[in-house]
Write a protein that binds this ligand. Structure first.
Ligand code: URA
Length: 214
């Protein structure tokens, strides 16, 4: 598991601005900070991809380098995932993309349990590819689990990276138990989930802050 805030970096500033009530009202800045974190995360994940040797012709000769063998498939969950996903597409600029619409649906019982509803999915073939599934908020982990399993209908990826900006300890434990084959990439780990399954201290509702209240 990789966590940005284990070592102070400029990522701390982007995360702090996402959380800060006096900054997060600026919707453009909120989306841009999610995008910047997607870019930084894409860079970190890029270090784990397979590379091959390439000769690049220049006007004066040939430059030998190593380039990614294949671009990963970039998947995200509508709608809060879109700005974070944009950051990944900025760096993996030829990647294929997958999208799923998933949200907290009907309450299941007395203790505020809820069902994850999925109403949309589109994906390229995933067989043998690297999949990066991003969602800014890893709260319970249940939407990520549901979307990951739905994506498997499009083929089994060679490896899967799950990227989130903020995660709860409960969500991390859930994903590690249910999806042990996936690698976790996180911005920061917060304290806990509240009774409404929001991350504390968190940042509030990422989708509403990025795009306005539903
Ligand atoms: N989704 C959000 O937007 N915020 C949370 O705290 C949890 C899930």
């Amino acid at each position: 598991m990789f966590v940005f805030t284990k070592q102070p970096s400029i990522a701390n500033q982007f995360i702090a601005e996402l959380r800060d009530v006096s900054v997060q009202q600026d919707r453009l800045r909120f989306r841009r900070n999610l995008e910047r974190l997607g870019e930084l995360m894409a860079y970190e994940i890029s270090k784990t991809l397979p590379y091959h040797n390439v000769n690049v012709p220049t006007p004066l000769g040939v430059s030998k380098t190593q380039l990614p063998r294949q671009q990963p498939v970039l998947a995200t969950i509508l709608r809060a995932g879109l700005p974070f996903h944009q950051g990944f597409t900025n760096f993996f600029d030829q990647a294929e993309n997958a999208f799923a619409g998933a949200y907290r649906g009907y309450a299941l019982g007395s203790n505020d349990e809820f069902e994850i509803a999925m109403d949309y999915i589109s994906s390229p073939d995933l067989s043998g590819k690297t999949l990066i599934l991003s969602d800014p908020m890893l709260a319970t982990g249940r939407s990520l689990e549901k979307v990951y399993h739905a994506l498997l209908r499009y083929g089994i990826p060679a490896q899967t990276h799950i990227a989130a900006v903020l995660a709860s300890p409960e969500g991390i434990a859930y994903v590690q138990e249910r999806l042990p084959q996936c690698h976790l990439w996180l911005g920061a780990i917060d304290d806990h989930l509240n009774d409404h399954f929001y991350i504390v201290p968190g940042l509030g509702d990422a989708g509403d802050l990025a795009f306005g209240q539903k």
